[in-house]
Design a protein around this ligand. Sequence first.
Ligand SMILES: Cc1cc2nc3c(=O)[nH]c(=O)nc-3n(C[C@H](O)[C@H](O)[C@H](O)COP(=O)(O)OP(=O)(O)OC[C@H]3O[C@@H](n4cnc5c(N)ncnc54)[C@H](O)[C@@H]3O)c2cc1C
Length: 454
Amino acid sequence: MHLPDDKALCASRGNFMSKKTVDVAIIGGGISGSALLYLLARYTDLKHIALFDKCDTIAALNSHGRNNSQTLHCGDIETNYTLEKALKVQAAARMVVRYAEHLPSASHILYKYPKMVLGVGEQECDQLADRFESFHNHYPKMRLLDKDGISAIEPNVAWGRTERIAAIATTDDYSAVNFQALADSFVDQAKIQKDKEVAIYLKTRVHSILPLENGFQVRSNNAWVNARFVVVSAGGHSLLFAQRMGYGKEYACLPVAGSFYYTPDVLNGKVYTIQNPKLPFAAIHGDPDLLVRGKTRFGPTALILPMLERYNYRSIPEFLRLFSLDKGVLGTMWDLIKVSDIRNYILKNFMFEVPLIRQRLFLQDARKIVPTLQLQDLTFAHRIGGIRPVMIDKNNRKLHLGEAKISPGNGIIFNMTPSPGATSCLQNGEQDMHIIADHLQCHIDEAAIKRDLY
Ligand SMILES: Cc1cc2nc3c(=O)[nH]c(=O)nc-3n(C[C@H](O)[C@H](O)[C@H](O)COP(=O)(O)OP(=O)(O)OC[C@H]3O[C@@H](n4cnc5c(N)ncnc54)[C@H](O)[C@@H]3O)c2cc1C
């Protein structure tokens, strides 16, 4: 393979090209990229780390509280998680709490609200009772509530019910996070580490990554940087970078957007509902919005959209490059839509976007949480809600739910992180840090990590 010669490139671009060489370049300054930046700066002996983001602030897209559900997922109220998955997420959430609770800005990052998952009707209530039996030993603060117990915490949930209700609840724990503030703190903390050079390139769109003899060259609109290791944590764009470089061809991306609706302040905390086991997407919930005080936010919906970035129409052609209608993609889509529950759900979620009828439709779902909600209480939350880049595993003809990582073992990693990717930021980052340390033969201060984050 012909590798570009550094000096030749430099000469051809004149002063435009930065001649900087770093140990690690991170593309994407969302919660994933910024968590990794912090871990590398704080716990390794690597000296030079660079982070690139095309936006003018850190965590401006999916990791911004406007665009996600702001939930610290712990696995106790997520009925779509097995016990194994729940415990993994619980460990990830604990790392976030351990990191943030001692920061001076902790009160702007972590929030304690009561949280519960609600069962409505005999079958769902029995399901929650069974789940409580197998989970409560791992979650000491978890309680099983009947209607009176629910009413004491969330009166509007219990009010006006004729059917039986029950809930699994945790009332005294961190349950909400401003992930954008968390990402900001990661960058701030990385920058103050001694003897480290941490370069943050904002408003910097990376357009290509070229292999060099010992690493890669990251080329952007305003800096070209050579890096011994590159991590791409750029949402759905990570897969685009990977495939351009010949990796991850076994994946396609199914972007699932989430929209929200506002109501007046009707809930004191987070109220989740039980997921239909036939559906690959979580059911809606309601909770107080950390960024819009005095409102309750319901959602997110699950809308399949042909774009990698919400509200950015230039990302439609980028999506099309990742969604060739080959056998693997068509097979996966067919397996999904032939299930009537999934077909109806996809259709319903399209209808949730259609002005005039969307409020009326969404009201039916929201009333499962607060039965007395009225049509005039609901307002569609315009330009709120991001996109989950769900991976299609073409070889196995199925959706790859949760995080996906492509790590070819040659000094580059590509991360795609749908929910609960924000909660898992430090856990995922720690994995990447180990891969980097193995490749670059650098030291990790494991004792400090155990002390600080576990
Ligand atoms: C509706 C919704 C609700 C969610 N709720 C939760 C929740 O409650 N709890 C939870 O844990 N998770 C939740 N998630 C998932 C969570 O938001 C994501 O997992 C997380 O934000 C992913 O972070 P990231 O840093 O990997 O990606 P992003 O936040 O998408 O960051 C990627 C960054 O890459 C940058 N970028 C892209 N291309 C380039 C380029 N070419 N050059 C330079 N920069 C580039 C972008 O500007 C962006 O800042 C939710 C997601 C959605 C959509």
